[in-house]
Design a protein around this ligand. Sequence first.
Ligand code: PLP
Length: 362
Amino acid sequence: MSKRAYNFNAGPAALPLEVLERAQAEFVEFQGTGMSIMEMSHRGAVYESVHNEAQERVLKLLGNPSGYKVLFLQGGASTQFATIPMNLLESGKKAGYVMTGSWASKAAKEAKLIGDVYTAASTEGDKFTRMPSPSEIDVQENSAYVHITSNETIEGTQFAEYPDTGSVPLIADLSSDIFCRPLDIEKFGLIYAGAQKNLGPSGVTLVVAREELLAREAKNIPTVFRYDTHLSNNSLYNTPPSFSIYMVNQTLRWLEEQGGLEGIGAKNEAKAKLLYDAIDGSGGFYRGVAQEGSRSLMNVTFRLGSEDLEKAFAKESEQLGFVGLKGHRSVGGLRASIYNAVPRASIEALVDFMGDFAKRNG
Ligand SMILES: *Cc1c(COP(=O)(O)O)cnc(C)c1O
């Protein structure tokens, strides 16, 4: 088998090798059924048991909280940007958006098309290099919900501590940091994440929410966009992305084997520390973009002294088998996405390369 790349892609991103190999082993024939999981009815018992197992695993990782339900939807996190206000931003109420970077802005833009939106906090004045502290969040009266972006994938910032919004439901986009560390779901009314960064392949979006929020009857919106449609049909109202959900189930099983959220959290802390230490210990050759206290465990963004040096870094690293280190086109610089499935060995190799590159160019 050919060597696996040092994959630092931002999304779709690295999957655990064990997950890929297990999927490969049952790819052509799934559990004695004479067909692959992709070829069978989503209404049959075999697929449904995979579907239900994946939901149960999500809740188990979260400590089986009472009153929360799991949905598997389509259209990515971007579709949630619209369906959240469509379902939950009733007329006469408003929604607070915490503006922390590129993804928060996209979420707020969609909500403004639907209803009344206010800025509950913004770190734009700091060029989105940090997350607001809980005390900076302004929860206005008559709010239907407050929306945050747990991890800004492009800027490389992450909430260290989530705000307390009291009786107003807190909604969070966890697309790029879901299940990277322990998560107190009780703080949230609804969380959502496209699967392709930390949960599996693209094609499915996870929603975990208080049943009360999902069960609301939003009669004026089309059936397929209503949460209560998917809740009452166990996310089988229409054909689900069955192979993606199967892969998510495999990834969740792998997460259990890593010691659940505590176990993976400790590994991620150690992995991120390796990289941030290399940046901080470079005598200024590398500079971290995010402020301390807001540094992401998942997307490590950094800069070099000039754009030419950054270009040279990206090019040389590619030649050596490192993939995906160029920063997002909107912000430039460099970014290493070190999601759950990125092995520590990939980061060790990157740190070696960074040291060598600094020596040759410092
Ligand atoms: C990638 C990403 C999205 C967009 O996800 P899609 O599934 O492509 O719609 C939204 N929010 C965050 C934080 C992301 O990282």
